[in-house]
Design a binder for this molecule. Sequence first.
Ligand code: AMP
Length: 305
Amino acid sequence: MTSKAKHSLLVVGSLAFDSIETPNGSVDNALGGSATYFSYAASFFSPPRLVGVIGADFPDEHRQMLANAGVDIEGLVTLPGQTFRWKGRYHQDMNTRDTLEVHLNVFGDFDPVLPAHYRDSTHVFLANGVPALQAKVLDQVRRPQLVLADTMDLWIENQRKDLLALLPRLDGLLLNDSEAHLLSGEANLVRAGQAVLRMGPKFVILKKGGHGVMLFSADGVFVVPAFPTETVVDPTGAGDSFAGGILGYLTSDDSPPPGRLRRGMAYGTIVASFTVEDFGLDRLRRTRREEIDERLETYRGMLHF
Ligand code: AMP
């Protein structure tokens, strides 16, 4: 079933120091970033090859932590200057947040170049970033089999042309509900998902925060509820962990479609449910693979009727 030698996963995205305020407390300069969450989540199934940039202030201990999880960090470039920093504050509902500060630092000079042995990657995650850079990474992958990308309101508004050019090159696009409205102009979420599907990707995954996700594809609509966890401490990185669970699983499992993507989404949901239970990566780092499988079984029971 598993064929790690045949398939390999690539991720490009941010590594960050996050300062986060939630109704449950706050944390300063915690290790975060889209590629970090994705990598750690995927590593439970199939550790990825990481492409990213960090500053001279990035502690060796973080680099080592990723390597210990099996992540290939050869594509992690250190530039003089400071690592990307992000500060956000969650509202009481924990589903919405305000970005208080963004300091691009070395991330602003990011020019992703893949190490030679990354170019045969079969599965690719283009984490949230400038669409032209996402395309540049994709140009360097020889024969990608499955490409998933994330985006955000900033690119939908300011880099729309580049984003629209990227969409037909994707298998899947991940969006949250407000981004789907912004991209499609449709108020109704189902119409929005279908409109984005017509822009070129083979499937669209629409995230509804703590309310789960909807998958749009030629097969119609598939819905996945969030795992109902009692403990939501910090939702940061839930989306990237979800993506890491999906692609990590799909890279490691060769079982036939059509159920594969749906199973991947279930694994992604479960990994994300661990991420939100503590600040930053803290809960994921304490998670064992068996816990993921146990929670998946509980989740399966909740969906059976
Ligand atoms: P998520 O909660 O899944 O949307 O991901 C949150 C992560 O995205 C945080 O760890 C941030 O460091 C990172 N992030 C925030 N803004 C950006 C941005 N403009 N580009 C790349 N990564 C970002």
